[in-house]
Ligand binder design. Structure first.
Ligand code: GLA
Length: 394
């Protein structure tokens, strides 16, 4: 990491000039979600793990009202005026960062200008929440530089609102929560209806979690995601005729659904609701299995989650199905499923550490034959949520 920061520092000074005085360093993680997909905006449970890969940021305050942004992966720096941020929210790059500054100001926070240099180690647009990492690293830096003293959980909520209001994805809270509150060597069992959470130790023994990137561009993510959300709202409204006390889909138990689901004559809405309700129950079973060290049961729940996302929620697609189903059939693999919103992106796979190389070779061969693409692999090493990095490392 020291080397990454050194390269970033050289690029920062090359882009913005000056010397290293006053530059501070921040990190926010990407995430995988172990299980509990598309449950967050339905008030349900999720089980994300914050990753060691994420977004690094070097930040230096300025005396004026300018925000200058640069990124190791984007050719052009961007300069925005803190008094006219909405003019810049449509820029092809930088909108996540500026949306954070904008929402902080909308809360009445007084911000001073600064120079911000980003470097992402989490792959972009791959379903590992690079956007939430960028949002939370920005929010954490602005919070510290401006001495705003906003607690991390509140920063996560503000970032989620910024994404809904200014970026246009009607996302739930999971990604921003994981980026803000992650805990190394733990998953976070979060109930999204009231943000109560508990850290679940990741006791994997000789097993490892491996991330596989389909390298398949996520198509229509924004519109299909928002459409799923609307379908859930429509299903809830119909179910509430039979269950008026249900505040959200996740508040409905599988047993209640078995008794009342027939009101959803529209089979599409029935399947959407069945996914959410069954997935929510699977999260609690999975957290219990993980806590008990029962990785076999945990793996079976991962497989069941993928099936439900494929057949009932219809967010997987051929590339993710090929990766998950091929992995599930490799001897020794305990479970595999897509993670994140879907429509492309990544799978997570639970397998013996000793089999990783053979697994990668086998999966790559099958995937390349079926899709013409090669997958990428990353270890799912866990990390803490967004934080400032000791300056001594610079
Ligand atoms: C995206 C969203 C999250 C969540 C997942 C699906 O990552 O940002 O809020 O809805 O999809 O579980």
């Amino acid at each position: 990491m020291d080397q990454t920061l050194q390269i970033m520092l050289a690029d920062f000074l090359g882009t913005f000039g000056g010397n290293a005085d006053g530059i501070r360093c921040f990190f926010a993680p990407g995430r995988i979600n172990l299980i509990g997909e598309h449950t967050d905006y339905n008030g349900g449970y999720v089980l994300p793990v914050a990753l060691e890969i994420g977004s690094f940021l070097l930040a230096r305050p300025r005396r004026d009202r300018l925000l200058r942004l640069a990124d190791s992966q984007w050719p052009q720096p961007l300069q925005a005026d803190l008094d006219h941020l909405t003019d810049f929210l449509q820029e092809p790059w930088g909108s996540y960062q500026l949306a954070i500054a904008h929402i902080l100001q909308r809360q009445g926070c007084l911000l001073q200008g600064c120079d911000l240099y980003y470097h992402e180690t989490v792959p972009l647009a791959s379903g590992l929440s690079s956007s939430a990492a960028i949002e939370l690293v920005t929010a954490t830096a602005l919070n510290r530089l401006n001495r705003l003293q906003i607690p991390p959980l509140r920063l996560a909520e503000l970032a989620q609102t910024a994404e809904c209001d200014f970026i246009g994805v009607q996302c739930g809270i999971m990604d921003q929560f994981a980026a803000a509150m992650g805990k190394a060597n733990h998953a976070l069992l979060l109930r999204c209806s009231d943000l109560r959470f508990q850290a679940v130790p990741l006791h994997l023994g000789d097993y490892r979690l491996l991330i596989v990137n389909s390298n398949y561009p996520r198509s229509l993510l924004q519109s299909k995601y928002n459409q799923r959300r609307q379908e859930c709202e429509a299903a809830l409204a119909m179910l509430q005729r039979a269950l008026p006390q249900a505040a959200n889909l996740a508040a409905i138990t599988p047993r209640q659904f078995a008794a009342t689901g027939a009101v959803l004559q529209d089979s599409l809405l029935f399947r959407r609701a069945r996914h959410v309700i069954s997935e929510n129950a699977r999260v609690l079973s999975a957290a219990a299995a993980l806590t008990a060290g029962d990785l076999v049961s945990f793996g079976l729940l991962l497989n069941a989650s993928h099936r439900s996302l494929r057949d009932d929620y219809e967010v997987t697609g051929a590339a993710l199905d090929c990766l998950a189903e091929t992995a599930q059939n490799i001897p020794g693999v305990l479970g595999a499923r897509m993670t994140g919103a879907g429509f492309g992106g990544c799978t997570i796979n639970l397998l013996p550490g000793s089999q990783i190389e053979a697994f990668q070779a086998k999966l790559s061969a099958v995937y390349q034959k079926k899709t013409g693409r090669l997958p990428s692999f990353y270890p799912a090493d866990s990390a803490d949520g967004a934080h400032e990095i000791d300056r001594a490392l610079l």
